[in-house]
Design a protein around this ligand. Structure first.
Ligand SMILES: [Zn+2]
Ligand SMILES: [Zn+2]
Length: 310
């Protein structure tokens, strides 16, 4: 594979070539080869290096499947901009969790794209992990969102990407609920016991803050289990919530099958970029591969605002 092709591919996700080179240089120089040195870096540049390097490693797997890689590049080059029927993106990370963009930077690009709304969904707390929200960061983020709302026509939603506990509850302090407009829920673990996992998801979807269940393929060891995904979609549909179509490149091919099932079963969908870099907001270009085949009323991104009753 041509290295320039690969850098172009990485740039799709907003990864900057210079930062990858800086990260590689740093790791060589540090002599440890230990990527964890970047963890807990409050310094923005270290964060970008760290994440650029993680992304590079992640997509190396995809390179083994050359056809998929070339399809993705082709799709990307075919579509110039985010389609103007798409009104917003609810799954965006910021420097308050493991993202690299500040809120003003992200709001600025969202305006340029032409969105009516954007939602910041930083990760819920887990132990002392600095790449997730904590109480101090949550409060800071809350005030910054209030400030940004004052000078903006764009609706700015205060959201969270909440992990689901073993009991099926959302893993953040109850005191945050009054500030939050929404939550999206997800699992960041190996998904093995499908029935137990589905029960947790079903319970969590009942939480009135929840809009959608995110990245359904994350942690699925067989990649796409037909029976698990079908059952998941039925559960999502009965909850009245949406399934996320995550537009990160590693999910794009599997999404074709997912959206076909959503159409067949009439399940509401939410396209999301799961952005960790500012420029990853442009991953929303990929939505145009899928949504022409879906029913408009089932696509949350085509609505002028997101409402949940709580
Ligand atoms: Zn996630
Ligand atoms: Zn995320």
């Amino acid at each position: 594979m041509d290295i320039q092709n690969y850098y172009q591919f990485l740039s799709i996700s907003g990864v900057n070539k210079d930062y990858i080179e800086k990260a590689v240089f740093f790791l060589k120089k540090s002599g440890t080869g230990n990527l964890r040195l970047f963890y807990n870096g409050e310094n923005k540049e270290d964060r970008v290096k760290h994440l650029s390097f993680l992304m590079m490693n992640k997509y190396l797997n995809l390179l083994e499947n050359k056809d998929e890689f070339l399809d993705i590049l082709k799709w990307w080059n075919k579509v110039k901009t985010v389609n103007n029927s798409i009104k917003g993106d609810l799954h965006v990370h910021t420097i308050y969790s493991d993202g690299t963009g500040t809120l003003p930077e992200l709001v600025e690009l969202a305006k340029q794209i032409g969105y009516k709304w954007i939602g910041f969904s930083d990760h819920s707390p887990f132990l002392e992990n600095n790449l997730r929200l904590n109480n101090k960061k949550f409060i800071e983020r809350h005030h910054q969102i209030l400030e940004l709302r004052e000078n903006s026509d764009l609706s700015i939603y205060e959201s969270i990407e909440a992990d689901i506990s073993l009991e099926g509850s959302l893993m953040f302090p109850d005191s945050w609920r009054d500030s939050l407009d929404f939550a999206i829920i997800s699992l960041h673990e190996d998904i093995r016991e499908y029935n137990l996992v589905l029960k947790r998801i079903e319970k969590a979807l009942k939480d009135p803050l929840v809009v959608s269940f995110s990245h359904p393929f994350f942690g699925l060891k067989d990649g796409f289990s037909d029976s698990y995904i079908k059952e998941l979609l039925q559960i999502v549909k009965s909850s009245g919530k949406a399934i996320e179509i995550n537009l990160a490149p590693q999910f794009l091919l599997r999404n074709l099958k997912l959206t076909a099932l959503c159409r067949e079963l009439g399940v509401p969908v939410l396209f999301s970029t799961d952005s960790h870099f500012v420029l990853s907001l442009n991953l929303m270009k990929f939505a145009s591969i899928y949504y022409p085949d879906l029913i408009d009323s089932n696509i949350l991104n085509l609505k002028d605002s997101i409402n949940v009753s709580h």
